[in-house]
Design a protein around this ligand. Structure first.
Ligand code: BG6
Length: 515
């Protein structure tokens, strides 16, 4: 590992010095779990490879499982070998692994926190860490309260007004499962930490392409003047996953696609696409603008829900040449489950910029491919000149922001077909991250962990934004809960969703984009 160097890495070039990752210990609650192995440790390792971690740095895995430091290092190595975006380099690994430690403990046991504290105090002097700590709660939500009070009671939370050593807490989604429980989680967090010590992760905000939405909108002169209801006809946001529920039925059965994807990732995406221009890049300025947008979402009344929202579940189907089971046949799923694996909806943003522009959202599991994009369709040119044939109108301009895979953006424009006749043909101007910048983009967790170490909360969710998005979601949840339906529309696994979703958009004269 090397000292951090702002000039050497593009991740850092736009940041002022105060945003450098600071010396600290990262304690991973649930350190022996899946998230730690698949995402967090590989992310830290990649930051180390890039020379972005400070030398004064340690990781302590903290969980109920009995494990020695050695066993934790083996666990971490396995995670890197299997899930890191770059291969394990023996020399780097040797150096990195010396910073990894483990402490066994029961989250409900006060003695475990005292022992954790003692362990951190023993490790930190070897690395010149002055007691600053980041606690990462990679645990089921039911443990959040226990853990934050455990930390507070053990004296592991530094005073909020103290610069150094600092304490920061990273909390994974879901923050609650409805508005009331989200408020409860926020209350528990704020009973122990000040809001500026809290980092609620939405990993979509850490994706390069999601951050590029702001760069694209406000780093170019040509888009912003068109970014309003005068020029934009409608917007479509698709977040499709090819995988079914996999091994996560236990969690997903209690969540469903609306809570799992729309309440957080998709509304956050939308807030970046649609927010007003921030007047500074400061975290709270950007978070204020995102919040404003969420507060402008037109509330749905219960009786309107069916008109604007479609939920569905995948049935057995055919995917990649194989039979794929229906959701109710997946392991851990109730045979009469009514959990939705797909949601399509139409919403409106009630402000001057977006008045009357429909926004269509669809997300689902077991769809034909993994693809996420935001497509902004502009209004048609007048029916004159090249656009006189009303049976074959010109295809409108579409700006498609591809979030994943194949990250980039494409603008569909009409050009003249070569030849003597005047015929307009739609072509795509295409920018691909991969071909322009070569190297793979950093994983979302790399960027987000680095930001917490630097104390930059821009890409994290503030309490008010979490509650605003639940507030908007709540009537949909209530309408579904009160309907008492035992059946919901189905779509074959490996398809683009149910016919009801097509009807939703056809009713307005549009089609879902073919991706
Ligand atoms: C998670 C959801 O937050 O995001 C998962 O809980 C989903 O159900 C995942 O699969 C999608 O993330 P990504 O980065 O693969 O698009």
């Amino acid at each position: 590992m090397t000292e951090t160097n702002a000039d050497a890495n593009p991740l850092m070039t736009d940041r002022s010095e105060e945003f450098f990752p600071q010396a600290c210990t990262i304690v991973i609650f649930g350190g022996a779990g899946d998230l730690s192995k698949r995402k967090l440790i590989p992310a830290l390792y990649n930051l180390a490879l890039d020379g972005l971690l400070p030398t004064q740095f340690a990781v302590i895995g903290f969980a109920i499982d009995a494990m020695s430091d050695e066993a934790f290092r083996e666990f971490a190595r396995d995670g890197i070998e299997r899930f890191s975006r770059r291969q394990l380099d023996e020399e780097e690994w040797r150096e990195f692994s010396e910073h990894l430690f483990y402490r066994q403990g029961d989250f409900g046991d006060a003695a475990a926190y005292a022992a954790l504290k003692a362990r951190a105090e023993e490790i930190e002097p070897h690395f010149g860490i002055g007691g600053s700590r980041i606690f990462y709660l990679a645990i089921p939500p039911s443990f959040i309260e226990t853990c934050v009070f455990g930390l507070r009671e053990a004296g592991l939370v530094a005073p909020a007004d103290q610069d150094l050593p600092f304490t920061r807490l990273i909390v994974e989604k879901p923050i609650g499962r409805d508005l009331e429980s989200a408020r409860g989680v926020n209350r528990a967090l704020q009973a122990c930490f000040a809001e500026h010590q809290l980092y609620r992760i939405d990993h979509y905000l850490g994706k390069e392409t999601v951050q590029n939405i702001l760069a694209m909108r406000f780093g170019n002169a040509i888009f912003e003047p068109l970014w309003n209801s005068k020029h934009i006809d409608h917007v479509q946001i698709t977040v499709a996953e090819a995988e079914g529920v996999g091994t996560r039925a236990g969690y997903f059965e209690t969540a469903g696609a609306l809570r799992d994807m729309v309440q957080n990732h998709i509304l956050q995406l939308l807030s970046l696409v649609a927010m007003e221009p921030p007047w500074s890049m400061r975290a709270d300025v950007i978070r204020d603008r995102r919040l404003d947008l969420l507060q402008c979402l037109r509330p749905m009344r219960r009786h309107e829900v069916d008109q604007h929202v479609v939920r569905a579940q995948y049935a057995s189907g055919f995917f990649l040449g194989k039979n794929a089971p229906g959701y109710r046949r997946e392991e851990g799923v109730a045979s009469d489950s009514t959990t939705e694996t797909f949601v399509a909806l139409r919403l409106f943003i009630d402000n001057w910029r977006w008045a009357g522009v429909p926004i269509y959202i669809r997300t689902g599991k077991a769809m034909p491919k993994r693809v996420s994009e935001v497509a902004v369709q502009f209004k048609a040119v007048p029916h004159m000149l090249f656009n006189t044939d009303t049976d074959h109108p010109l295809e409108p301009n579409v700006l498609a922001l591809r979030i994943q895979p194949d990250e980039g953006l494409a603008l569909r424009i009409g050009t003249k077909l070569p030849g003597p006749k005047v015929k307009i043909y739609p072509v795509k101007m295409d920018f691909r991250y991969g071909s322009t910048f070569g190297d793979q983009s950093p994983e979302a967790y790399e960027r987000l962990l680095l930001d917490v170490m630097a104390g930059d909360a821009t890409l994290f969710m503030r309490d008010d934004a979490v509650e605003a998005s639940w507030q908007w979601i709540q009537p949909i949840l209530d309408a579904w809960a009160s309907s008492g339906e035992r059946w919901l529309p189905e779509y074959p696994a490996g398809s683009w969703g149910p016919i009801e979703a097509d009807r939703l958009i056809h009713a307005d004269g549009y089609d879902w984009r073919r991706l």
